[in-house]
Design a protein around this ligand. Structure first.
Ligand SMILES: Cc1cc2nc3c(=O)[nH]c(=O)nc-3n(C[C@H](O)[C@H](O)[C@H](O)COP(=O)(O)OP(=O)(O)OC[C@H]3O[C@@H](n4cnc5c(N)ncnc54)[C@H](O)[C@@H]3O)c2cc1C
Length: 360
């Protein structure tokens, strides 16, 4: 700690989800020590990253390919248990096994330029001065709500996937689900047996993908998102490039008419939703399964955004500021992608720190 109360480290990791823990692991593996050389900050109350907040009916068996963190397998988990519990316990064990010493709850409020080429990380628990930053703040904290005319007049309840309580809460209600991603289809399939009626609306017709999502398809999808962030455009959702996997539950939903999609409505009325062609659907609830955006507001003082609205990233390195790595962003926004990105970021940061010995 220097005499201004600011603590000096080589690397600050913001976020202790899959991406932040993978980054912290690679720092440890290559000789950095927690609390001396790097610090991991997370504003959630417990281990688990965003998984700790996911709804109880999202059981471990229902997640589509959760990749283990580097260096410790997740074995023997009961597929019927909520993924929020299974993954939180696994992350907790992981943090202890590798002595990552995550500080929580610590909210990072702003990152600014400091002196001597350092970055200042301002938090609810004081300020750290660092030579490099791994930003792994995910998307859960920034649910995206589109705006539609009349939205504020709706007398029923509106909620986002981020607040989805599980299907029982919709018993006897007429529910409109907005959004063509994996969350929207899962919500519909769960809610339909409990609700009086469900309606599915999406902006674009959903694309169902036959056959398994193999490695080649995965690489293709990642390459498309990668190209966007390389150009400084905001990353697109994974489903927009992969399509929805046509599994048995989805097939059944299509056959039952639960996944019979309507185009986006034109306005919201006090008692439902309405289209310009005169169609009206009564609703008690509008559930916005409209995705998330990267939670990067704390980086705003650094002015990293490009005219295209995104942050230009090469690998994980921010092109405008090579001290900063975005891990779990864009093409690495999956559990497997976050693992790889954590390794890439640490490799680059080690090179950067070796090239630029600490200024006095
Ligand atoms: C419903 C749902 C299901 C999914 N299922 C899968 C799946 O099956 N397989 C898969 O590969 N991917 C899945 N994903 C994507 C998945 O979220 C990512 O793959 C991965 O878990 C994200 O990890 P992360 O570390 O980037 O983010 P997170 O897990 O969101 O971690 C970010 C952390 O940063 C912290 N944080 C944020 N802002 C700040 C701040 N300002 N200060 C301090 N701390 C901060 C948060 O508290 C959080 O702990 C799913 C996503 C959703 C929404």
């Amino acid at each position: 700690m220097n005499n201004t109360g600011v603590r000096d480290v080589d690397v600050v990791v913001i976020g202790a989800g899959q991406a932040g823990l993978a980054g912290a692991h690679h720092l440890r593996r290559t000789g950095f020590e927690a609390e001396r050389d790097f610090v991991v900050l997370d504003h959630a109350p417990r281990p688990g990253g965003a998984w700790q907040f996911r709804w109880p009916s999202l059981t471990y068996g229902k997640v589509h390919g959760m990749h283990a963190l580097p260096g410790l397998e997740l074995t023997g988990a009961d597929p019927a248990r909520p993924s929020s519990e299974v993954i939180a316990e696994y992350f907790d064990t992981y943090e202890r096994t590798f002595d990552l010493r995550v500080r929580r709850p610590v909210d990072v409020r702003a990152v600014r330029d400091g002196e001597a080429g350092r970055l200042l990380v301002e938090t609810s628990a004081g300020t750290w001065s660092t030579r490099a930053l791994i930003n792994a703040t995910g998307t859960w904290d920034r649910p995206f709500w589109p705006r539609y005319p009349g939205q504020e007049t709706f007398r029923g309840r509106q909620l986002h996937t981020a607040q989805y309580p599980g299907p029982e809460a919709f018993a006897g209600q007429r529910v409109v689900v907005v959004g063509g991603g994996a969350s929207g289809t899962q919500h519909l399939l769960e809610i339909a047996p409990h609700a009086t009626a469900t309606t599915w609306v999406t902006r674009r017709p959903p694309v169902f993908r036959e056959g398994p999502f193999d490695q080649e398809a995965g690489r293709g999808a990642v390459a498309l998102v990668e190209e966007r962030v390389r150009q400084g455009l905001p990353p697109r959702s994974v489903v927009s490039v992969t399509g929805l996997s046509l599994n048995d539950a989805i097939r059944q939903g299509i056959a039952d008419g639960v996944l019979d999609r309507l185009p986006m409505f034109d306005r919201i009325t006090p008692d439902g939703v309405e289209w310009d062609d005169g169609r009206h659907v009564d609703a008690d609830v509008i559930l916005w399964a409209t995705g998330f955006r990267a939670a990067l507001d704390h980086l705003a003082p650094l002015r990293l955004r490009e005219p295209g609205g995104g942050i230009r990233v090469d690998g994980t390195r921010v092109v405008a500021d090579p001290r900063i790595h975005l891990v779990g962003y864009g093409p690495s926004a999956s559990t497997i992608g976050a693992n790889r990105a954590g390794r890439t970021a640490v490799r680059d940061i080690r090179r950067l720190l070796a090239e630029e010995p600490l200024a006095a």
